[in-house]
Structures are given as structure tokens and as C-alpha cells.
Design a protein around this ligand. Structure first.
Ligand code: ATP
Ligand code: LTN
Length: 332
């Protein structure tokens, strides 16, 4: 009997993966496979709440899968799949729409943010997105959902909807917990250390597939601090730019802040910034090379997402059948 606890998460293939996604999310998923039964998916259905270019979406979905694998998510040990390949997500999503309140959805900060950014396309999907996300999660009965802080509110809504459903129909869904990493949870932008590294600010964002010379250029231009101290010291309040670079350097080398301060004592930012760039380049090099190799092997990628969808469909189907029965649909 497999008694492992279950972990599940997804990322929208709405942009290229970056160092924030890697250090804040994927890197921490990669070493969980022995301990947990893990499901990770490309949330392609979520991306169309905002208009996408179809060819780009298709390409990015496959690139994201290749990058998941290159980052250490072994498809033999983790179930990797594409959300739209498992119809149960849309099916349970509809049911959960009918158990989620208008008022609850209106309070979601992501909805408010995204409708402000896309004022000409505030569609129904953008509003009911958390119901689909709740379905993504509840289908697999996970114990933990590893996400960044921004997604905590959606996981909490998922718990509320699951509890409401269980209250009416008995124990159908396991109540999942958000799982927020303690370190690397928030990598800040290189050009704006006050906001998180994000693909929407590409100058301050290091992408996983970026060329080494472009990465180095971004680090050399990284904002340090306006103080005249020119000294590598961990002080996030007064020196947020340096603290962010130290956080990145610590995450990729495993060194402590004290070790980093000692290593660069008396060097100034001129030596420190390219050293961080170099360490990031060396961390990303094998990932980029492996992802490129995997992307070239279309047959392999196809075999991964097909067997992933098969395993995911089996597990999701069991939950969906239970739900359909509970609400009173006639069995097929
Ligand atoms: P955007 O770049 O448009 O803000 P995103 O890259 O944050 O979007 P998401 O799909 O929201 O894309 O993020 C995927 C995962 O990566 C989430 O679990 C999120 O918490 C994590 N993540 C994203 N950016 C960072 C960051 N700067 N630092 C740490 N973790 C991050
Ligand atoms: N909403 C998330 C992506 C996402 C997700 C999920 C994360 C969709 N479904 C289920 C965890 C579990 C985002 O925008 N980052």
C-alpha cells in the first residue's frame, strides 16, 4: 500500500520560467519525490483567462515541461502532466462553480489585480478562476500545495469550498494545506529590489533559458544601494538590493550570509555582482543544456505527458465519480 502523503502544484505557462520560479518553487519540489506522491502540471487552461497567442502557448507549455524535468523533476518519480489533457479538471471546475459564492470570488486579490491590468477583457473565466484551481487541487486529494505567498488566498478558498461540500455530502475531499517555503520564497527584481522578480519586468528578471552573457549583463546592472558603504553586508531593511543578491548567492551556492560577507570583505559591489552572476550562470547552465536536449526529443516529451495524463486521469477520475454520485448525476 502506498501511504505517502500527496503534494500537488502547477505553474501557468503564460511566460518563460525565471530564477524566482526556480528558487521559490521548482527547486523545492525536486527533492520531495521520495517522501511524497507528487503531481505537477502545466496550468494551460488558466492562461486563457488572459488572451494568449496560440502558437506561443503551445511552445511554452512543452518548454515548461522540458524545464521541469531539467530542474530535477524525474518523470519516473513525479506525475508530470498538462492540465487540459485531464478533462476532470474542467468537469469538477464546473461543479465547484456552483458551490462557490459570488462574494468569495469578488474578494480575490488576483482577480482585482488582473482586472485592473486587463480592463478590456474582464471575462467570466478570470472571475471564476479560483473554482478551476480548487478543482485542480481537490481532484488529487493532496495534503500539501506548495505555492508562493500570492497563491495562499486561492488555497484558502479551496479549503472553504471543500469544507462546504463535505458538510453537505460527507467526507469527499481531503482539506489541503498551503505549503510556503521559508527561504527563496521571494526573490526580488534585480532592477527593483522592492518588488518580486517577475517576467513582467524583464530587465530585472533572469530567465532559466537565458544566454550566460545576458545573465551576466543583468547582474552587472543590478541595483545595489544608494549608500556609500560599498560593502557586502546582509541588511535587508537598509540594503535591500545587496540582501537580494546575497539571498540569490546563498540559494545557489548553499553558503550562509556570514560566509558570503567574509568571502567579499573589502571587495565592494564591483567584484560581488559578477560573482553572483557567475554562480547563477553555473547553476542554470546544466538546466539550460538539459532542457534544450529534452526539447529536441519530441517523442520522449510526448511519452512523458501522455503517461502523466494517464496516471493523473486515473486518480482524478476516482474523485470526480464520487462527486458526480454525491450531487445526483446518473452514473454512465
Ligand atoms: P509573474 O512573473 O507574472 O509575476 P510568476 O512568475 O509569479 O508570474 P506564477 O505562475 O504566479 O508566475 O508563479 C509560479 C510559482 O513561482 C508560484 O509558486 C510562485 O509563488 C513562484 N514565484 C514566482 N515569482 C517568484 C519570486 N520572485 N520569488 C519566489 N517565488 C516566486
Ligand atoms: N494559480 C497558480 C497556478 C495554479 C496552481 C493550481 C497552483 C493553477 N492551479 C493548483 C497550485 C495548485 C498561479 O497563478 N501561480
Amino acid at each position: 500500500m502506498d501511504e505517502k502523503k500527496v503534494m500537488l502544484s502547477g505553474i501557468q505557462p503564460s511566460g518563460d520560467l525565471h530564477l524566482g520560479n526556480y528558487l521559490g518553487a521548482i527547486k523545492n519540489w525536486a527533492d520531495r519525490a521520495e517522501e511524497f506522491d507528487c503531481y505537477y502540471f502545466m496550468a494551460d487552461m488558466h492562461t486563457i483567462t488572459v488572451r494568449q497567442n496560440p502558437a506561443d502557448l503551445r511552445r511554452r507549455t512543452l518548454e515548461q515541461l522540458a524545464q521541469y524535468i531539467a530542474c530535477g523533476l524525474d518523470p519516473e518519480k513525479n506525475t508530470l502532466f498538462i492540465q487540459s489533457h485531464v478533462p476532470a479538471h474542467a468537469e469538477l471546475g464546473w461543479v465547484l462553480n456552483c458551490y462557490t459564492m459570488f462574494g468569495e470570488l469578488s474578494r480575490m486579490t488576483q482577480f482585482k489585480d488582473k482586472s485592473a491590468k486587463n480592463a478590456d477583457n474582464i471575462n467570466g473565466g478570470l472571475f471564476t478562476y479560483p473554482c478551476l484551481m480548487a478543482a485542480d487541487i481537490l481532484l488529487y486529494q493532496p495534503d500539501f500545495v506548495p505555492v508562493g505567498n500570492d497563491q495562499k488566498q486561492h488555497v484558502e478558498l479551496t479549503r472553504d469550498v471543500a469544507e462546504r461540500f463535505n458538510h453537505i455530502y460527507g467526507d469527499v475531499f481531503k482539506i489541503p494545506q498551503p505549503y510556503i517555503p521559508k527561504t527563496g520564497a521571494r526573490i526580488m527584481g534585480l532592477t527593483s529590489p522592492e518588488s518580486k522578480m517577475s517576467k513582467s519586468t524583464p530587465e530585472g528578471c533572469v530567465f532559466l533559458m537565458e544566454k550566460p552573457e545576458d545573465i551576466q549583463r543583468k547582474f552587472k546592472r543590478a541595483i545595489t544601494d544608494s549608500d556609500t558603504e560599498n560593502c557586502v553586508r546582509y541588511d535587508p531593511e537598509h540594503k535591500p538590493g545587496v540582501a537580494n543578491l546575497m539571498n540569490i548567492y546563498a540559494a545557489v551556492t548553499g553558503k550562509s550570509y556570514e560566509e558570503i560577507e567574509a568571502e567579499f570583505s573589502g571587495c565592494g559591489y564591483g567584484r560581488f555582482k559578477p560573482a553572483v552572476g557567475e554562480a547563477v550562470i553555473e547553476t542554470l547552465r546544466p538546466i539550460r543544456e538539459e532542457a534544450t536536449r529534452i526539447l529536441g526529443d519530441k517523442a520522449y516529451l510526448e511519452s512523458v505527458y501522455k503517461s502523466g495524463a494517464e496516471k493523473a486521469s486515473y486518480v482524478a477520475g476516482k474523485t470526480l465519480r464520487k462527486v458526480y454520485k454525491k450531487v445526483g448525476f446518473v452514473a454512465r
